[in-house]
Design a protein around this ligand. Sequence first.
Ligand code: KG4
Ligand code: ZN
Length: 356
Amino acid sequence: MIVLGIETSCDETAASVVTDSEAARILANRVRAQLDEHRPYGGVVPEIAARAHLETLDPLIAGALAEAAIGFADLDGVAFTGGPGLIGGVIVGTMTAKAIALVHGLPLVAVNHLEGHALTVRLTDDVAFPYLLLLVSGGHCQLLVVEGVGRYVRLGTTIDDAAGEAFDKSAKLLGLGYPGGPLVERAARAGDPRRFDLPRPMKGRPGCDLSFSGLKTAVRQTVEKLTRDGAGLTPRDQADIAAALQAAIGDSLVDRTANAIALFRRRHPDGRTLVVAGGVAANEALRLRLAGLAAARGLAFIAPPVALCTDNAAMIAWAGLERLRLGLTDDLAFAPRPRWPLDPKAAPTPGAGIKA
Ligand code: KG4
Ligand code: ZN
């Protein structure tokens, strides 16, 4: 099977072609980030994102097909992010995918963006179900048991901000800029994580829910204290706070994931794998911490390559391919979904930052 994937749910426009052959699976993987468009505003502006998707998606798809050396007629299906995400962008991707499917008579597959992240390790490493997944991105922060395509059991979720938001908002407070995660990681490399004592949200509490808004507040208070005399933060201050923040987020995620491992084991005594996915999974320090936790608990640890942690269309094409193999397709009446939980049976959690 050969599937075209389209991703437009946030600030990356992406088009990719994947196959389920045993050799090279990713035939093309084009990503155009919108960093220059959003940088003046210090974060993603939904309206600007939607316009940028509209301008760049068609040539990006043409480029991906050319790189894969195929035409539309060679495709077995078109997969696109149908949500959750910024609705303007999701509409652009949905309409484009529908047009291609209609004109070329191809099956259409609406993919949940989160399922794209969740199944990436099956594209890259053939990881077998079931596995425990820590999904950490800019909009989502959840612990899930992945039991099959479309079969997810949510063990915990953030009750306020996502981990990526903590990185992004703190980066802004520190004057590091946008995009926050990679800039905090770079600054943290030169920092002392012990100079500032930041809270470890939820640590030691039962269950697997997460929380990050208190950490953001603590970073703000730390910055305010250091700049009270009107002076700006020094590079050393920036590095030390970044290092403290990264350590606090890591401690919190490891603590919650440890609880999730116990629940996962109870549900699947023969379950063998811990997976991390989503943009924050690109963080090297976090990957090392989680690898350590998995090793201590006798689980294998799998993280996608960094380029497939942040948003891309290979993950959407792959999730579409897996759905297509099971006969799961959508029709032209599909309506874009700003919210789309992976586990619809999970109890709703109060809080502002929850998008699924
Ligand atoms: O999955 P993703 O690309 O988009 C969403 O679906 O949200 O995740 C983006 C998030 C952003 O918050 C970004 O700051 C964070 O992932 N991120 C990182 C790193 N690279 C990206 N966070 C920490 N360390 C990184 N190296
Ligand atoms: Zn994402």
